[in-house]
Design a protein around this ligand. Structure first.
Ligand code: ADP
Ligand code: MG
Length: 568
């Protein structure tokens, strides 16, 4: 059993290690955050599995993380008494990248260090980051519930292979022993490690302990004591009083949850009491994750029940169109043994989802409606990153349609820019005297929409038209017909009545022209008999000779093309 095996890393891991060591070097201290985060996850897992196996705690019930170093051996060690790993788990967790989406990840790598470092962060392959500062790593671990003879030692220099052997390990959990590279001796310091822990890991809900260091007057130097002290506050961030939480702490907690390297756009922490009791801490990121459009992507919400971690990606807690939101929901009412199936049916979950939806919409409204330029800029960023996803809400979340409608932003002929910045309210405020409709044109691309011949008359008369070219736009328009009493009207539909926008004199001229062209129209109609329903004189065009329009009551050309493409 004590046999020592040498195994090769999965090819992707080798690639990743190369990349990590070379592109994250400027930010190397994050290894400590990643290892502490893993230790904290391991303790969460023990708390959860321990509900069914209380004996696993043995005589070591207080979960904690210990960080220590050895100046002579030049090692830094991070230990936890969490769930630990079995031999099979060690081999798969520390030899492969198990996460789905590995392929996409590698296909996204650009060679640009800055961008790639961001991707690594998002991808959450934290363990391997330890090789940035270590040229050899030893992991000793034993899974909770297994006998002490089932301990495992894993070791690697990060180049291509690792070894695994069985060891005797009385204590449960995992120790990561990092043998530092030449020149990394900075990390062999209580002061240095403490300050990194405070910077990145203060929000961790377990105590992170280090040996005390005291001044020894005789030796006239700092001497490390046996006694341990806690470095962090060690209470769940969302359970603390709002007034006790700093911006930096919110920020670091977000980075811990999301593996994002950028700060979020905004966050919201609330305790909800009443029929259902829960705490929600929700963040809107500043950047879309690479798998935002992946159909299998789950939500970014972690579910806790009375501080016990239950599951990641609890997609039932947030509607699909808000899948970009990251955060924590901690419920008092759900049972600890709740499963995804139970979540689907639960009334408490429905209440939580509705409340969280409202919170997110309020956060967005707060940015969108603010006079503060910094907030407006944040909303602009939000819209560029997630606008297309939010549009899905118009169909998915009819009860909140009115609120979402006000959050929509469009490109329009007012700016003729591809940037979607015009709200419907803004459009209405710019409407011409006598205009009673909101006009829009759709196209496959922004340029197709912008150059549509249907726009000519509108441009001539100075009437603003919204330029819609996102894939979801036509679909979204099928869910609402008006805003503020103004009908949403396609400029490409027949019988377009510019109403009181055209004056009397023009009307007379038009009638005259129609009479003059009657013969020509009849001949054209006869020729195009099977192809068109009608041929009319139009006054909409100023440069183009002719255009095709669809009947008022029919699907527009663009939607027809989309439905055809979808095989319907
Ligand atoms: P992630 O944490 O995003 O899953 P990591 O590369 O940080 O990715 O860790 C890989 C896996 O290794 C973890 O998912 C976990 O299963 C295992 N692991 C790492 N550190 C520990 C630990 N201290 N205790 C138990 N398992 C661990
Ligand atoms: Mg990790």
């Amino acid at each position: 059993v004590a046999s020592k095996e040498t195994l090769g890393f999965q090819a992707e891991v080798k690639q990743l290690l190369q990349l990590m060591i070379h592109s994250l070097y400027s930010n190397k201290e994050i290894f400590l955050r990643e290892l502490i985060s893993n230790a904290s996850d391991a303790s969460d897992k023990l708390r959860f599995e321990g509900i069914a196996h209380p004996d696993w705690y043995g005589d070591d019930p207080d979960l904690k993380i210990k960080v220590s170093f050895d100046k002579t051996a030049r090692t830094v060690t991070i230990s936890d008494n969490g769930i630990g790993m079995s031999r099979d788990e060690v081999i798969s967790n520390l030899g492969t990248i198990a996460r789905s989406g590995t392929k996409e990840f590698f296909s996204k790598l650009s060679g640009d260090q800055q961008k790639d470092a961001a991707l690594i962060g998002q991808f959450g392959v934290g363990f391997y980051s330890a090789f940035i500062v270590a040229d050899r790593i030893t992991v000793e671990t034993r899974r909770a519930g297994l006998p002490s003879t089932d301990g495992i030692r894993w070791e690697s220099d990060g180049s291509g292979e690792f070894t695994v052997e069985s060891i005797d390990r009385p204590q449960r959990g995992t120790s990561i022993i990092m043998h530092l590279r030449e020149g990394e001796d900075d990390f062999l310091s209580t002061h240095k490690l403490k300050s990194i822990i405070r910077k990145y890991s203060d929000h961790i809900s377990l105590p992170i302990q280090m040996h005390k260091e005291e001044w020894d007057a005789d030796k006239s130097e700092h001497v490390i004591q046996d006694e341990l002290e806690s470095i962090n506050q060690s209470s769940a961030l969302w359970a603390r009083a709002k007034s006790d939480i700093t911006e930096e702490q919110y920020d670091e907690f977000y980075k811990h949850l999301s593996h994002d390297y950028e700060s979020p756009l905004c966050y919201s922490l609330n305790r909800v009491e009443g029929r259902s009791e829960f705490t929600q801490l929700l963040y809107v990121p500043a950047r879309a994750p690479f798998d935002l459009w992946d159909r299998n992507k789950r939500g970014g919400i972690k579910l806790y029940v009375k501080r016990v971690f239950i599951m990641d990606d609890a997609e039932q807690l947030m509607p699909m169109y808000l899948r970009f939101v990251t955060g924590v929901i901690d419920s008092t009412d759900l049972p600890l043994n709740v499963s995804r199936e139970i979540l689907q049916e639960s009334r408490d979950v429905k209440i939580i989802r509705e409340s969280s939806t409202k919170r997110v919409l309020s956060m967005l409204e707060d940015l969108a409606n603010s006079d503060d330029e910094a907030k407006q800029e944040k909303y602009r960023i939000f819209w560029t990153q997630f606008g297309q996803v939010l549009k899905e809400g118009m169909g998915e979340d009819q009860p909140n349609q009115e609120r979402i409608l006000k959050l929509l932003r469009f490109a329009s002929t007012h700016t003729d820019s591809v940037d979607q910045t015009v709200s419907l309210a803004k459009y209405v405020s710019r409407m011409k005297e006598g205009q009673d409709k909101i006009y829009y044109v759709t196209g496959d691309t922004f340029n197709a929409a912008k150059n549509s011949p249907h726009l000519e008359i509108f441009r001539k008369k100075g009437v603003e038209v919204l330029l819609l070219s996102d894939r979801v736009d036509e679909w979204m328009l099928s869910f609402f017909t008006e805003f503020d009493g103004k009908h949403m009207t396609s400029v490409a539909k027949g019988g377009l009545d510019l109403g009181s926008l055209s004056d009397e004199k023009e009307k007379q001229e038009h009638e005259e022209t129609e009479k003059n062209f009657k013969d020509l129209l009849d001949r054209m109609k006869a020729t195009l008999e099977d192809k068109v329903k009608d041929v009319r004189v139009t006054f909409r065009l100023t440069d183009s000779p002719a255009c095709l329009v669809s009947d008022e009551n029919e699907l527009s050309g663009n939607l027809l093309r989309m439905l055809k493409a979808a095989g319907q």
